[in-house]
Design a protein. Structure first.
Length: 146
């Protein structure tokens, strides 16, 4: 009997760079909420996660982003970010720009919060975030900017 192997292919056209990073942040939050190590397998974080999943009421996009990506897709986004941050051939400035973008989109922080954290003006932070977008696009042009 031949078992058909299901081969998943990453569809980078599903979202733009911002969308992938926001979804990755939502995936990270979902994975964190599912965590827990109590013997009965039910942890406060799991209860919170179950409530969030059951609550279908609309939310502000800045407060809550619903995770719509699979573990497979999240692994690809994570590998992309890891390849940038771990690479010795990527310039520090490019890594810094991508880090600003990650703080803004993955961690869901406001532009002002990222500016404060990185000790920059809001305008400079906005510029660095845009540079991060362009760097990721130049690294893998299958991921669209907008």
């Amino acid at each position: 009997m031949n078992a058909a192997a299901k081969i998943e292919v990453m569809d980078w056209a599903k979202y733009n760079i911002d969308g992938w990073l926001e979804q990755f942040g939502a995936w990270c939050e979902t994975v964190r909420m599912k965590g827990g190590g109590l013997p009965d397998g039910l942890h406060v974080n799991q209860i919170y996660w179950l409530i969030q999943e059951a609550d279908k009421s609309p939310r502000s996009s800045k407060m809550y982003i619903r995770c719509d990506i699979s573990d497979f897709e999240a692994d690809h986004v994570q590998n992309l970010l890891r390849s940038i941050f771990k690479s010795e051939s990527v310039d520090y400035t490019a890594k810094y720009a991508v880090m600003c973008l990650v703080k803004h989109k993955v961690e869901n922080r406001s532009l002002s919060a990222v500016a404060t954290m990185t000790n920059q003006s809001k305008q400079m932070t906005h510029t660095m975030i845009n540079c991060g977008r362009f760097f990721i696009h130049s690294r893998d042009n299958r991921i669209k900017i907008g």
